[in-house]
Design a protein around this ligand. Sequence first.
Ligand code: 4AZ
Length: 284
Amino acid sequence: MRSVFRAVLRCRVLVAGVVAVLPALAIPMAAPATSASANEVVVGGTPTTTDQEPWVVALGSRSRFGADRSGQFCGGVAVGPHTVVTAAHCFSTEALGVSDWHQLTDLRLIVGRTDLTGTGGEEMPLADVWVNPAFDPATNAGDVAVITLGHSLPAGASIPMAQPSDTADYAPGTQAEVYGWGDTTGRGDYATSLRTAPVSIFADTTCEKAYPGGTDGSYQAATMLCAGAQGGGKDACQGDSGGPLVVGGRLVGLVSWGNGCALAEYPGVYTRVSAVASLVAQHM
Ligand code: 4AZ
């Protein structure tokens, strides 16, 4: 698998052939829909804008992912004037095609561009990237990276990270919002304009039952949380990785992994921000 998009294609071929149950590994590996996602809009429901949610940012490389959507391949979240958090797996060799992000010379952070086919907002080079050395691609635990920018983001463009003391604010059943420019159907239909979907925080026991361990990853309540909709139909998907899950104006999760997209029995899994907030703060 050489790129996110090729991986998606490969899996779609698989799906077309047989109903295969193949788990998704983080961003580069798209899981086939077992059946449910055919008519579902994944990052669902509604368009939004970077004017309304200025802390939602995109990572792009035109040379690797094509120019039509500003090269977008992952999301990210501004958490400080010079700091963006995203998923560690967005910086994997599988995603970037090179082992060191410096080699992808047109890698940019895209800020303030709701519509990726336009030229609004700004494209910024990355000054530095800290990829969590403890990220475990087998379980997907610790899926966080911190990007430092050479110059400031627009004032007011950041969102606070949830802290361990905030955990009661997103108990199971709480509504959250996920944001991104990723696949809207689970069939490789990438959005050109920013979208958001409401999802519910699920109980850790539900997440553990869905992902007891195996090739797709294994759910670890201490460092992950999971969210979805009753009956499926609302979820993050390929291309949303690294983007925000927000409750009450706080960043509680980063899109990380899951089996397919929007399937009732397989919720989306997120990096638990409160578990990595102090680690992120050390790299700000
Ligand atoms: C991915 O591959 C991915 N449905 C992101 C989110 C989910 C699955 C896969 C959750 O980037």
